[in-house]
Design a protein around this ligand. Sequence first.
Ligand code: NAD
Length: 368
Amino acid sequence: MADYSRRGVLQGIGAGLASTALVNGARAQAAQPRKLGYAIVGLGSYATKQIMPQFRNCEHARLIALVSGTPEKLERYGAEYNVPKTHRYSYTDYDKIRNNPDIDVVYVVLPNSMHAEYSIRASRAGKHVMCEKPMAVSVAECEAMIAAARAANRKLMIGYRCHFEQHNLRAIELVKTGFVGRPTLITAEHGFYAQPGQWRLNRPMSGGGSLMDIGIYSLNAARYLSGEEPVELVSTEYTDRSDPRFRNVEDRIDFQLKFPSGVIANCVSSYSSNHNGFRVTGTKGWVGMEPATPYDGHRLFTRSGGDTEQVQLPPPRKNQFVAQLDHLPESVLTGIPLRASGEEGLRDMRLIEAIYRSARERRAVSLV
Ligand code: NAD
């Protein structure tokens, strides 16, 4: 039975996850598992500042190759991460990764419009693919990526790091095991002040505005917190087209999702205000996070009756980045199902297209 005593909720006792992780960890150590080799494609901010430094803490993943259009970056990061010259590729010789047996996984960290092409080429080269969110810029592209991975008999995973973050996992578990009672309302808000002059504000590169980049966290959280797929949605866009940043992408787009159980999710996506949080309210209380989806510094709160409490979890054995990087190799090596598959990315992209349609046509869109 779930432990909802104050001590149980605040310390995460009863989660089961930690003990499972420890048992798995002990087994993994005993077996000395093979590490799969990753090639990172696109040496931009997220790849170099967040992802690449995490490999040193991975159990099943190692950084083995780099792909970039900038020779200086290949030189600099190649030296920093001991990637030999034979394992450094430009975009023009990218397809030669096919001949490098050290590369098991290709991690695509390029602007959104390049995700589909570079993922599909990696699948065709016989590699497993990790692709950043959003999976691509259209449903058609997502379907082509899934088909290419399937044809090559290789895995395709999307970089939904929050699926591996312990506070988010605890929030999901609290909702699922009845802490809030019957969930009635989810609020999820994500946004930041977009700086001018970046590919995110150029539709051909980004596929869209705040929703593609940051609002997708509100959308994905509404789905993982409810544990359901929406049956109807409605959205409204608020964009000042005289602002040069928003000539061809949206600024704010708010959307409401209706789920089969009756729970409603009110979601915010913005490029002109700061938000990072969610709350699930039910008949007995609520569970919320602020910030909910940052790189670190997550805070989880609960309330049932009395006071609002902050849930303190022990430090995780693996942070969200390490757990995500290890997960794809674990799936390859052991056959466990992927937690954030291409199908998961496709589900979000179908909803993103429906959210844009609803805003454009100023009407609710049925999803069944
Ligand atoms: P970035 O601009 O810092 O990096 C993009 C990289 O792509 C750069 O190295 C750039 O040189 C390269 N590139 C190659 N061809 C390009 C072209 N034609 N135009 C522009 N750049 C080109 O961006 P980023 O913030 O690292 O984002 C990369 C991807 O990672 C995006 O899909 C983004 O959504 C995703 N991302 C995910 C998270 C997360 O938390 N999961 C965080 C940040 C970014």
